[in-house]
Design a protein around this ligand. Structure first.
Ligand code: UD1
Ligand code: CA
Length: 465
């Protein structure tokens, strides 16, 4: 975009989205974990517009509430949906800008929009009164057609329902995305009439208005039809989700990550990865996921907001949320890491172990069937199978402090708040309620009783056989 020409971006999002059959406004439905509208806004922001306006109507409050974080957004309210031309007129209401400023119209339900296509429209708009982003479709049904005259110049956009049989065969369609001069729009939009099959004020009629004034109308045709595809129902949403996921998988693979099956990886956030990582089938990555070198994620894992160091192996069926993991750690299978988990280098969290808000020191092992919560554990400890930190008294959470080289025998309970000092040993089956001093052995279990001459109860003999 040239520094001299201010660009204003309008995003139309007032429509009802009836075919979604949803209580959620259409543009708030997610693609790749982020709402369609936010995706369009992300793309729009890449163009550094002078102003960014969202035209809302149906469920306006819900849409505005979902976007409160962005204070630079303008919202305008289209109380009655009288068509795309009316929506743009509503969006321009109260917009400060000169006649020569440019306006770019986007739709809130076209989520895979590419910034490169928009910059191509902006470049073309220097030489045009109206610039339309188009694509060619094998089946153009439902879209507005680009009607050209003898010299191939665009003369109109004709909506499906207003097409003659010949016009209906045109395969170049209006994506809905277009650019025009602010001054021209201010002149043309009030003159729109609803004399068409839908009785609406069509934005697309500005093309004929420009042609009537002998002003140039041009198209930018994108080869990528998905990038301008709109979502009207949940099947379209599902299809675009797959397209989006495939694009992300491709980018990740090309960045050097081995994907066992790109169709069975879902990324709902951002992923960075070092060299030679491998992601097996059925993995979902959410939020911000950072992988070091040589990380292996086995099948059926969910990772959300995690950082994994070099050589980490996440074994099958593990669920990691909000964890920071140092190099060489092995997790799972069937492990659950909850927010605030920090695992030191070469530590090990085994099967059916849950860790929450805890630090596990380098080389420490919690291998089987344990719960570790609100705990700081030093290095080279071993927590035996079935060890539980009892961190909750029904009202408050309490901390467990474990030193270095502590050995906890299987099936022990550490009743917090409690401290186990360096090199302490706890006998299996103990319920620990007091500090265990450094180097000591603690046993807190009933003594074994052995009775001689004891007879097992016998079943009474059945009679009558
Ligand atoms: C529109 C275009 C059509 C194009 C198609 C691409 C017109 C007249 N037609 O048709 O040429 O091929 O998009 O998908 O422009 N909206 C409002 N307020 C309104 C009406 C619509 O905000 O009063 C918003 C909708 O929420 C939606 C977008 O504008 O995001 C498009 O509206 P829609 O009714 O879906 O237009 P189409 O009939 O699909
Ligand atoms: Ca539509």
């Amino acid at each position: 975009m040239t520094a001299q020409t201010p660009w204003h971006i309008l995003i139309l999002a007032a429509g009802k989205g009836t075919r979604m059959r949803s209580a959620l406004p259409k543009v708030l439905h997610p693609i790749g974990g982020r709402s369609m509208l936010e995706r369009v806004l992300d793309t729009a922001r890449q163009l550094h517009p002078s102003s960014l306006t969202v035209v809302v109507g149906f469920e306006a409050a819900a849409i505005e509430a979902a976007l409160t974080a962005d204070t630079t957004l303008r919202f305008t309210h289209q109380t009655e949906q009288r068509g795309t031309g009316h929506a743009v007129a509503t969006g321009l209401h109260g917009l400060a800008g000169g006649e020569e400023d440019r306006v770019l119209v986007l739709y809130g339900d076209v989520p895979l929009l590419q910034a490169a296509d928009l910059t191509a429209v902006q470049a073309q708009a220097r030489h045009s009164a109206v610039t339309i982003l188009t694509t060619e479709l094998p089946d153009p049904t439902g879209y507005g057609r680009i009607v050209r005259g003898h010299d191939d110049a665009v003369i109109a956009i004709r909506e499906q329902r207003d097409c003659s049989p010949t016009e209906a065969t045109i395969r170049e369609i209006n994506s809905g995305i277009l650019a025009a001069r602010l001054g021209d729009l201010r002149r043309w939009l009030p003159a729109l009439t609803p004399h068409n099959a839908q009785g609406e004020l069509y934005l697309t009629d500005i093309v004929a208005a420009a042609v009537a004034e002998s002003l140039p109308v041009h198209t930018v045709c994108t080869a990528d039809a998905h990038s301008v595809a709109g979502v009207n129902d949940r099947w379209a949403l599902a299809e675009l989700e797959r397209i989006f996921q495939r694009r992300q998988a491709e980018a990740l693979a090309l960045s050097g990550v081995t994907l066992i099956d790109p169709a069975r990886l879902d990324i709902r956030g951002s992923v960075t990865a070092g060299r030679d990582c491998l992601i097996d089938a059925n993995v979902v990555l959410e939020g911000r996921v950072e992988l070091g070198d040589g990380v292996v994620i086995e099948p059926n894992c969910v990772l959300k907001n995690v950082t994994l160091g070099d050589g980490v192996r996440v074994r099958a069926f593990s669920h990691l949320d909000g964890a920071t993991v140092a190099e060489g750690v092995e997790i799972g299978p069937y492990a659950r890491l909850r927010p605030g988990t920090e695992l030191g280098a070469h530590s090990k969290i085994g099967n059916f172990v849950e860790v929450k808000a805890s630090q596990i020191g380098a080389g420490s092992k919690v291998n089987h069937l344990s719960y570790v919560g609100d705990t700081v554990m030093g290095q080279d400890c071993n927590l035996g199978a079935g060890t539980i930190t009892c961190n909750y008294d029904g009202a408050n959470k309490h901390r467990t402090d474990i030193g270095d080289r502590v050995f906890v025998g299987s099936s022990s309970q550490l009743v917090a708040p409690v401290r186990i000092e360096n090199d302490a040993t706890i006998g299996a089956g103990s319920t620990i309620t007091h500090t265990v001093p450094a180097g000591h052995l603690a046993l807190a279990r009933a003594r074994q009783v052995v009775k001689s001459g004891w007879q097992r109860p016998r079943k009474p003999k059945k009679t009558g056989d």
